[in-house]
Design a protein around this ligand. Sequence first.
Ligand code: NAP
Length: 461
Amino acid sequence: MSYISRNPYTEAIEHEYPDATDAQVEQALATAHSAFLDWSHTDHAQRAELLRAVGRLLTERTEELAAVLTRDMGKTIGEARAEVGTCVRILTWYADHAEKFLQPRTELAANYKGGTYQIVPSPLGIIFIVEPWNFPYYQIARVLAPQLAAGNTVILKHASNVPGAAQAWQTVMDDAGAPRGLFTNLFATHDQSARIIADPRVRGVALTGSEAAGAVIAGQAAQALKKSTMELGGADALIVLEDAEVEKAARWAAYGRHRNAGQVCVSSKRMIVVDAVYDRFVAAYLAEVGKLRAGDPFDPDTTLAPLSTEGARTDLQAQVERAVAAGATAQYVDLPVPEHGWFFPPVVLSDISPDNPAYHEEFFGPVTQLYRVADEDAAVKLANDSPYGLGGSVFTADEQRGLHVARRLDTGMVAVNRPSLGGPDVPFGGTKRSGYGRELIDLGLLEFVNQKVIGLGDIDA
Ligand code: NAP
């Protein structure tokens, strides 16, 4: 029994689901393949109709679906409702916009007098998606919506601690009228996942998760010569320059670091602050963090949720202890936390030298890394001195300067004067060990299509 929903606040088991049997895996592959043979020939109107129907059901069932998230992985009910809303926007966006990105393009072929050819974005087949627990619905929606719009079908292997959310999404798809096999949630084991990736009916693999999982799954996809996209970890820098509105930067930083209990790939994890405003920023930041309220995630006043699992808390604590043993200073922010639940009171780490393992690591929870630097150049150098390259942000009164600094950062996404950016029409993805490929907008739609070339024109031999 490896798929278990355990409530991070009450610590009670909510649901347990048995692993898929090998027969269920085979049936899922056969059904998804058969669904693909029909779905790949549907027109955009049919695909859009389904995406909208799913969006309508999500909207109607927001309360019940949000509660599943809060019970599965502990996020606050407000953030859970917002996540359902984000999924609706993604589904609607692809219903509205996918068609224009999938239009055949006609080009003149210079080598063949009078000849033309078309590039026809064509669906591939089953896309296997492996998703993490931190945004259980959003992570599904941001791959599923573009893939269904492109004419592919999807098999999901979700994280083993959020089976309630995976099951709830399956129910929404079924109730919205999705043909059998269009979307299949499988409680697959890691071994079954490897076999699914190797199966010839599966034509692409998308993972969002840790570097460790990325290395394994990208390797399996490569062995099978299949395209993959990898959305992995991050240690995003939040740079505060001397001309920034410091208190505003501190407010955004505290929000960016602690939303979803700090368990966000694009969370602002490393605050890099120039000397001239460092003390002011730190005072304002600590004051903001001190305003957080840990408590029942169903209580609308709670702003700091528990971590997703007991193991996550143990691992994060050990990581902080390793950082301190290697010379970092830890300041614990004194927030009262409930007696039960996997809460982690915020910690701010400073004095982190480049030989400290923490300097190169991602902390997936409410742990802030704080760095004091001389100036803009030093801030950029430190920000780029990371194995990760996911997101980042720059705070400055001068937007052009922000743009200039943003261009110097070796990451996939940078926001000026806010912690991150997002939405269905904004590409999402990273560089370096944060992975490769892009999700959302047209880029995500076109990751798993065959850009088929068809030559036209009766040319003499
Ligand atoms: P994880 O352990 O890598 O798990 C992610 C998914 O991969 C889960 O479904 C997990 O299933 C599966 N998985 C792991 N190893 C596998 C294997 N050998 N074979 C098949 N499936 C495997 O990730 P996590 O630590 O829970 O999640 C947090 C990480 O995700 C952080 O590093 C975070 O930054 C990253 N993340 C990145 C993005 C992005 O868009 N870049 C977004 C969100 C999160 P099991 O639960 O069954 O192991």
